[in-house]
Design a protein around this ligand. Sequence first.
Ligand code: PMP
Length: 426
Amino acid sequence: MTDLYARHQAVLPDWLALYYENPIELTHGEGRHVWAADGTKYLDFFGGILTTMTAHALPEVTKAVADQAGRIIHSSTLYLDRPMVELAERIAALSGIPDARVFFTTSGTEANDTALLLATQYRQSNAILAMRNSYHGRSFSAVGITGNRGWSPTSLSPLQTLYVHGGVRTRGPYAALSDADFIAACVADLEDLLGHGRLPAALIAEPVQGVGGFTSPPDGLYAAFREVLDRHSILWISDEVQTGWGRTGDHFWGWQAHAASGPPDMLTFAKGIGNGMAIGGVVARAEVMNCLDSNSISTFGGSPVTMAAGLANLGYVLEHDLPGNARRVGGLLLERMRAIGAGAACVREVRGRGLMIGIELVRPGTDEPAPELASAVLEAAREAGVLIGKGGGHHTSVLRIAPPLSLTVAEAEEGAAVLERALLSV
Ligand code: PMP
């Protein structure tokens, strides 16, 4: 055990889990690569949980941060903040939400918390519809709408949560149905839930479930849900913390796979927009955003340094068409991983979209989740120089691949070759 690992364990919470038997201390990065304190170089296929969105040490972002830090680091929202206004204008225009207002926070959790505050206040109901297998953050309110038991440390909650089917396509009672019948069954499940008790304020859903193992419904599910929600004036909140900014390749936002319904009432974002700087936020139409009748403030939300990073990072994503790169390189990587998965007895399913690829592992010859194999593949990939993530439902048996969106074809091929050997070795 390294000295730093021992000190980590002595002073930090037990539940702050680290990856790997011998955890890694990353000291620097460049592009899609990172280096550990012992000098080992890794290809980064997880981007610090989908957060290094463009690249490590991207000169444009680093310069924007340094320049802004040299001028003023903090002023608070009590004063006009030019970078905050500029980033809000860009995000409002990109959001697809009409008459959009943007509120900045410092994390995805706080963004979802804000969306819940707005929805419950606007609708005067503390009931919330959430998806099974969901993850929306770590706060007291967010864990109360988390369907993923492994990430919900208390059942006490200020909210009454009703869990809806549909976020997981290939497991559960509707798995054998066709896409159309799957959607019809989930809509019937939603209607059934609404028949009981008080009317919920909102449905919150991740278009592709992140922590849940990159699972998603058939395209169009949320459009079908929307028709039901509209009949009861229930709001739709799209949690785009993992799926935003073109990560899924085909779409700039995950909700656009369900676009027949038009945009959601609110969307929440975080992770990639700051390329590692702490930015979260919520976009809502003005009527919903402005429904609070008291002051509300986030001291650090919208701070000039993070906003400068966000502006530079978002500009880079759009100017270099990184969503298009995610679609092209992600498509190649997905096909390659599907071919590899077909030849590996422990792979149940390879799924995903853009640069968000999940590989679900089972004990060979069964349909039982294999968290021990997922850990073994994670270790084997690390040994061979590639960092990936884990996730998935009640058992952590899904490998998660989510490199920076600037991934090159050569890097995708290099990573896939390592993952092939790792999958075949366990
Ligand atoms: N929503 C989703 C979909 C997430 O994946 C996460 C983080 N994994 C969050 C919310 C919470 O974000 P944060 O960790 O920044 O609070």
